[in-house]
Design a protein around this ligand. Structure first.
Ligand SMILES: Cc1cc2nc3c(=O)[nH]c(=O)nc-3n(C[C@H](O)[C@H](O)[C@H](O)COP(=O)(O)O)c2cc1C
Length: 170
């Protein structure tokens, strides 16, 4: 874990979630010291579910990161300052399947005490215990036009709910 970050309770965070995820974006990262993968996400949320502080993330089936998040018991969300926008652009436009995109991004992998991957340059990190892995189902959409616009190829997102078990901020 980056030395500059300090533990903070999720309830003490003051970020606007619309801006934090929608505008700043996040990296979803899962794996271990031997092998991990990361991808940029700008859809997601935070809140309370099952009496726990949780995050919600959405991963399309074709993402290489999906297998890592499915395999591991935990994943991390990492947030960065504006100077790292190019790295997030790169990690959100190349696949880890096609080469070492993390090296290309210039970000420095670090591992939490639990062994979960995040990045030295992050200013906010959430370590999440996976509680739920589901998939949006076509028949459950109330607005069919939305479904048909977002999923013309039927690649419905996996929906993950993660309990925030560790949180660190600058
Ligand atoms: C700003 C931005 C936001 C993104 N948000 C998501 C998202 O929420 N869910 C998703 O499945 N893909 C999202 N992507 C696409 C993945 O980050 C992208 O396909 C990435 O290359 C996947 O890498 P991987 O194959 O190594 O997992 C986003 C990309 C960008 C640039």
């Amino acid at each position: 874990m980056a030395v500059k970050l300090k533990p903070i309770a999720p309830e003490q965070l003051t970020h606007n979630p619309f801006k934090l995820i929608g505008e700043r974006w996040t990296l979803i990262t899962a794996g271990n010291k031997d092998t991990f993968n990361t991808m940029t996400a700008s859809w997601g949320g935070f809140g309370v579910l099952w009496n726990k502080p949780v995050v919600y993330i959405f991963i399309r089936p074709q993402r290489h990161t999906l297998g890592f998040v499915q395999r591991e018991s935990h994943f991390t969300l990492s947030f960065f300052g504006e100077e790292h926008r190019p790295a997030l652009q790169l990690l959100g436009s190349r696949s880890g399947r096609d080469g070492d995109k993390v090296a290309a991004s210039g970000l420095t992998p670090v591992f939490t005490e639990m062994g979960n991957p995040t990045f030295e340059e992050a200013t906010l990190v959430m370590e999440c215990r996976k509680l739920f892995d589901g998939t949006f189902k076509p028949e459950d959409f109330v607005v069919e036009n939305l479904r048909d616009t977002v999923y013309p190829n039927g690649d419905f997102h996996h929906v993950f709910v993660g309990e925030i078990v560790g949180c660190w901020e600058e």
